[in-house]
Every structure is written in structure tokens, then in C-alpha cells.
Design a protein around this ligand. Structure first.
Ligand code: FES
Length: 109
């Protein structure tokens, strides 16, 4: 199985990412959400798959980001929705590099 082609994007500087708070950015037409959870960077598509609210405006709760609009909760380790079976968000690989959060987003197919 081949991995999808990706592109590395500098999403935000590390000092812009406060503990316990997700941040979303639009970078080169890619919406990217980032959060630090238990010391680990996690990146994800921040648009809720229900009605496209920005998940980064919701709360973090027990390792999940909770949509501010209708409270769907997405596990930030798996992307799976905890209260709506089958719903999920896409997680992206993320790392720290030269003071930046760098995220690998898939290229459009
Ligand atoms: S828009 Fe997110 S749960 Fe409805």
C-alpha cells in the first residue's frame, strides 16, 4: 500500500501554541488544526465533518476536541468520533522544526 503524497507546511510558531488550547490556521489553502496533548503535537483537519464548524473553537476534553456547535467529540489519538459512530476527522503527521510546528498535509489527488 502506498502512502499518499504529502507536503510539509509551517503552520505556526511554537510560541503561538498555548497549553490546553487548539489553534487553527489556513496555510496555502490548507486548513490545519494543531494542539499539544500530553507533550505531543497533534495536527488534524479542523473542519467538523458534520457542518464544518472550526473544531479549534471547541473545548479539549479527555483527549478529545469537542465541536462547539453540536458537541461531537473527536478522539485526538485516533480521529474517531466518540458519540457518532463512523464519523471521524483526519489526523496529520506533525513535528517541531526550528521553532515551528510543521505538518505534513496530503496533496490533492
Ligand atoms: S458542526 Fe460540529 S457537531 Fe455539528
Amino acid at each position: 500500500m502506498t502512502r499518499p503524497a504529502t507536503r510539509s507546511l509551517r503552520v505556526l510558531e511554537l510560541h503561538e501554541l498555548p497549553d490546553g488550547r487548539a489553534q487553527s490556521r489556513m496555510v496555502e489553502q490548507h486548513a490545519v488544526g494543531v494542539v499539544r496533548l500530553d507533550g505531543r503535537l497533534i495536527a488534524f483537519d479542523p473542519l467538523c465533518p458534520h457542518k464544518f464548524s472550526d473544531l479549534c473553537e471547541g473545548l479539549l476534553e479527555n483527549g478529545a476536541v469537542v465541536c462547539p456547535t453540536h458537541l461531537w467529540a473527536f478522539d485526538l489519538r485516533t480521529g474517531a468520533c466518540r458519540n457518532v459512530p463512523g464519523a471521524r476527522i483526519t489526523l496529520y503527521p506533525a513535528r517541531e522544526e526550528d521553532g515551528w510546528v510543521v505538518v505534513d498535509v496530503p496533496l490533492p489527488s
